[in-house]
Design a binder for this molecule. Structure first.
Ligand SMILES: [Zn+2]
Length: 247
């Protein structure tokens, strides 16, 4: 794990112990609160973040945010039992429903330990923390339960897994809704875009992703530079054709 500052108030913790991709956890520190975006894979991975929170000169409330229900974003929730953990209402239901299945499939990636800790505050459309100019909003795409976070002060948009390079991973078959979500991001006019597995996404990456999704929907022949991208694309094709529904 390594950490980097990405703005005046935010840092990223980058974990690289899963093959194929790095995973980002973001910690935003405001006047009276910390906002932690995703909790990665278990207790050990959260230790440096908990240290940072504890070592701040003035105790601050911690709001944990789950961008979606996938295991690599939520297994550290158990470290924050006494805190507010926020997600979309579908995310809470999915974490509960698929807990055992996700453990069974990916338990080799648990760092330290994990236990089921569901979000304790859910919403449908949006939540606004006015004191800190932080907005959480529903943004279905990569999964049907995905949410995004916009820091209106620093103009940083955190998109979970809705954007990713070299290729997005499509699990939910509703591509038109996914495209609408990506178009809605442009309306925020973000100065920086951070994703669960890719830092510093550019506006042109949003346009490229929309083009990719339109191609996927139309069954267009597409070429990819890496085996990894080819592998994800063939999974995406199956998800769109509803041949497999992963969850
Ligand atoms: Zn995901």
């Amino acid at each position: 794990m390594r950490s980097e500052r990405i703005s005046n108030s935010a840092s990223v913790y980058i974990f690289d112990d899963i093959e194929d991709y790095a995973t980002n956890v973001f910690l935003i520190e405001k006047e009276t609160k910390f906002y932690l975006i995703d909790t990665y894979c278990g207790t050990d991975s959260m230790k440096p973040i908990i240290n940072t929170i504890k070592n701040t000169p003035r105790q601050k409330e911690v709001k944990v945010i789950n961008t979606h229900f996938h295991w690599d974003h939520i297994w550290g929730n158990c470290c924050f039992k006494d805190n507010c953990i926020i997600s979309h209402e579908i995310c809470r239901a999915f974490i509960d429903k698929y807990w055992e299945e996700q453990i069974k499939e990916s338990k080799q990636y648990i760092t330290g330990t994990t236990e089921k800790q569901l979000p304790n505050l859910t919403f449908k459309e949006r939540i606004f923390f006015h004191d800190d100019n932080i907005e959480l909003f529903y943004s279905p795409g990569h999964t049907v339960d995905s949410i995004s976070v916009f820091d209106h002060k620093e103009k940083i948009l955190y998109v979970g897994d809705n954007l990713e390079k070299p290729i997005v991973y499509v699990e939910h078959h509703d591509i038109p809704t996914y495209i609408n979500t990506l178009k809605s991001y442009l309306g925020y006019q973000p100065q920086k875009i951070m994703a669960g597995h890719t830092l510093n996404i550019k506006q042109e990456d949003i346009f490229d992703t929309i083009e990719y999704l339109e191609g996927l929907l139309a069954g267009k022949e597409m070429l990819f530079a890496s085996n990894y991208a080819r592998k994800v694309h063939s999974r995406n094709l199956k998800a769109v054709q509803n041949i497999i529904s992963v969850y």
